[in-house]
Design a protein around this ligand. Structure first.
Ligand code: PEP
Ligand code: MG
Length: 755
């Protein structure tokens, strides 16, 4: 069964388009289960109906026409129950619905299973047979497994716009709304600019060509270049190649001949697709055909065709047309955007960000927040490639996206965006005022830098220092480790810009989702693996170079603080301190006139929470990394959009952990700070105040907003709210309670669009 299953999945994932994939699926399932009929109904959400989308055994003319309401028939029953329905004689079942058009009178046995993705029913997969019988357990398991695979394919097809006309009613120029995860607050209105990974054939979208003849000319030149490559490689290798491998190079060249592959791709271009899209479509068809062959040798050849396609794509993408044309107000859209994608948008042009994958604690969302760009993450069912050049509104408060908005909606959001600008302008007046509650409780407000926010922006926002400098950024921007001197220059700049304000430099925190291209760490569980301080202690060479560079850079200043990430055990702190003392002695010996910097540890794993006091005894300060602490306490991958709804730093367990950390630090008389994204969440800030954090470190764009919160509350009121929420059992209730308090204090503009 597993072999059959794998074959079916391979075939459908290589199908030319989504309809084709569905057709292949019903045909193959019917054959594999030796049953007379197999059909797929998909849910048309807009009309609340299941639509017959593919069938083997029912009337093929009914495809796309037969619609069954959610509460009707056995199909409706499968959707309602959200589990398989297995009946030996369907015609006798009270929910049996006679639909003349499908011509299913001759079938008795019925097995239907729901197609579910992210808890939502997307459709129903059914098999039928003339003789009355119950399908056995293995058949049922097979169908359920296929339905689960199909769910992922449907979601992917929607995201990559392969379902262009899934339901006849779909109209890509009509207004549409999509929901995701709020990534960075604010309202952005602009034009969709879709970026996709270069050199990945599978993600190339279909696109209407501007000039068909030009596309064909581009294709021909790319084919010629690829052919030339194979000729040269072939010639170079011929003397050492066995006979059959030599033949392969000849075959490659022949396939690339414009009279073979060229003709096929050109005809797809003439049907209205650009050269890259046409190449993807033709290569995928060939690959899937070969992968479905019985002969193993021929099946293996599918990867040769794929390689060939990639080589041609390389040449097609060398023409600059693949580079995105940014709009004046760009809403940047991608399947999985990276920090580099954001950085490439010309300054002043980025109005919003939409990433189909990722969550609010992904580093790209952190960067967007630092830049103050409204962002929505993890929008699974968004037809990314349809949004190119469309007018788009991004509501980064509620994680909502609107494409082709009607006039009234656009007016409403334009008004809200203007109100936001006024709010930001009015907050500028707070710049030089202290972050102090109305009853005199003072906290320090610091910035997180390294991921984009520049020094000028931070100082202009009134930052009292740097609470977190992510040193991995200069490491990520090179193709080798930066030398000690290169690092010293970078660190010196930062210390100078902020002096005499404190600058907290975190030692290298790679691993997890941050890997250096020249120091790859490949692991099954990177977030539980070789990460942060673990790498530094295993590589004292890298660690010592870094801390020495920091210390040398601090000459003449006394504002350097060094912070250790991912500490899980006191012995790690002890060992790091030993190395730092050694580095200090070395640098002093070099005649640098420096002071020993303050050293702190990050509290970002549960074990460190329980040992906060023991850690505080050894160091000068503690700083909570609430992004990782939430991830590890709740066992929720911070980058995984599938579980993003479970990631909430207001979870009661996280709140109790924070209280314990503050207590542990203060019992030893040490400064306790927090530098995760939680410190820039207005609802959370009230609680952090009450817990007694000495400083909060956040992105520069959040600073004035959080100062506003602090100045609108009293410590007494914050303590009361903390007491209230500690009796609540889930994050949703806690957030509602705090947002209500913010609204009542006149701070509603921080949790939704407008003032
Ligand atoms: C954190 O984990 O909260 C943190 C501040 O570090 P990073 O987001 O860089 O992992
Ligand atoms: Mg962290």
């Amino acid at each position: 069964m597993l072999k059959t299953l794998r074959r079916i999945i391979q075939e459908i994932s290589g199908a030319e388009d989504f309809r084709e994939a569905l057709k292949i699926m019903v045909k193959r399932i019917a054959k594999a289960l030796d049953t007379q009929s197999c059909s797929i109904f998909l849910l048309d959400r807009r009309h609340g109906e299941y639509v017959l989308m593919a069938t083997e055994g029912l009337n093929p003319h009914a495809v796309g026409k037969v619609r069954i309401s959610l509460t009707q028939g056995l199909v409706g029953l499968v959707g309602e129950r959200e589990e398989p329905v297995n009946i030996d004689d369907a015609s006798k079942h009270p929910r049996f619905l006679h639909v003349a058009e499908v011509k299913e009178e001759s079938y008795k046995a019925f097995l239907g299973t729901p197609i579910i993705y992210h808890r939502q029913v997307m459709g129903v997969l059914i098999v039928q047979q003339a003789e009355p019988r119950r399908y056995d357990e293995s058949e049922e398991a097979f169908l359920v497994t296929l339905a689960a695979q199909l769910a992922g394919i449907i979601a992917h097809a929607e995201a990559t716009s392969q379902i262009v006309n899934l339901f006849d009613s779909r109209d890509t120029s009509a207004e549409a709304t999509y929901s995701g995860i709020a990534g960075a607050p604010g309202v952005g209105i602009g034009t969709g600019v879709v970026v996709f990974r270069l050199l990945d054939l599978t993600v190339i979208p279909d696109r209407e060509p501007e000039d068909i003849e030009e596309e064909i000319a581009l294709l021909e030149s790319a084919l010629m270049s690829a052919r030339e490559d194979f000729r040269v490689i072939g010639e170079r290798l011929y003397p050492n190649l066995p006979e059959e491998e030599r033949a392969l190079f000849d075959v490659y060249q022949r396939i690339l001949d414009s009279s073979n592959l060229g003709v096929e791709i050109s005809s797809v271009i003439r049907e209205g697709n650009w050269a890259q899209g046409a190449l993807r479509s033709v290569i995928q068809t060939h690959v899937s055909r070969m992968e479905s062959l019985e002969d193993e040798y021929l099946r293996e050849r599918a990867s040769d065709i794929r390689d060939l396609g990639h080589r041609v794509l390389t040449y097609l993408q060398r023409s600059d047309r693949s580079l995105p044309q940014y709009a004046e107000k760009t809403i940047l859209i991608g399947d999985e955007l990276t920090a580099a994608d954001l950085a490439e948008v010309p300054e002043g042009c980025l109005a919003g960000v939409i990433s189909a994958k990722g969550s609010s604690s992904s580093h790209v969302a952190i960067l967007a927040r630092a830049m103050g760009v409204p962002t929505v993450m993890g929008v699974n069912d968004i037809p990314i490639y349809d949004l190119q050049d469309k007018e788009i509104i991004v509501d980064g408060y509620y994680g909502q996206i609107y494409s082709n908005p009607r006039d009234s909606l656009r007016r409403e959001f334009t008004h809200l965006a203007r109100e936001e600008q006024q709010l930001d302008a009015s907050l500028e007046a707070l710049r030089d005022l202290p972050a102090e509650t109305q009853d005199g409780h003072r906290v320090m407000l610091m910035v997180n830098t390294g991921l984009g926010a520049d020094v000028g922006l931070s100082l202009a926002a009134g930052a009292e220092g740097v609470g977190l400098y992510r040193t991995e950024i200069p490491f990520l921007m090179r193709d080798r480790f930066p030398s000690g001197e290169e690092q010293r220059v970078i660190y010196r700049q930062l210390l100078t810009s902020f002096a005499p304000r404190p600058v907290t430099m975190r030692t290298l925190d790679i691993g997890g989702d941050k890997s250096l291209p020249y120091f790859p760490v490949v692991e099954d569980n990177p977030f539980l693996g070789w990460r942060g301080i673990r790498i530094s202690l295993d590589h004292p060479d890298i660690f010592l170079v870094q801390v020495r560079a920091m210390m040398r850079a601090s000459e003449g200043y006394s504002n350097l603080r060094i912070m250790l990430p991912m500490i899980t055990d006191v012995s790690e702190a002890d060992e790091a301190l030993r190395l730092m003392k050694k580095a200090f002695a070395d640098v002093r010996e070099e005649k640098y006139d420096i002071e020993m910097p303050q050293v702190g540890v990050m509290i970002e794993v549960p074990s460190a929470v329980y040992q906060a006091r023991a850690l505080a005894k050894r160091v000068d300060f503690l700083s909570v990394g609430s992004n990782d602490l939430t991830q590890y306490l709740l066992a929720v991958d911070r980058n995984n959009s599938r579980v993003a709804n479970l990631f909430d730093s207001l979870h009661p367990a996280v709140l109790r952990a924070l209280i314990q950390v503050v207590e542990g630090g203060h019992q030893e008389g040490k400064h306790v700070s927090i530098c995760g994204e939680m410190a820039g969440d207005p609802a959370a800030v009230i609680l952090l105040l009450a817990m007694g954090f000495d400083s909060l470190s956040m992105s520069a764009s959040s600073l004035s907003r959080m100062k506003w919160v602090i100045r609108q509350f009293t410590q007494k009121k914050a303590a009361k709210l903390l007491q209230d929420v500690l009796s609540m059992e889930n994050a949703v209730m806690i957030r509602c309670h705090l947002e209500l308090a913010l609204d009542r204090a006149g701070l509603g503009g921080l949790i939704r669009a407008g003032r």
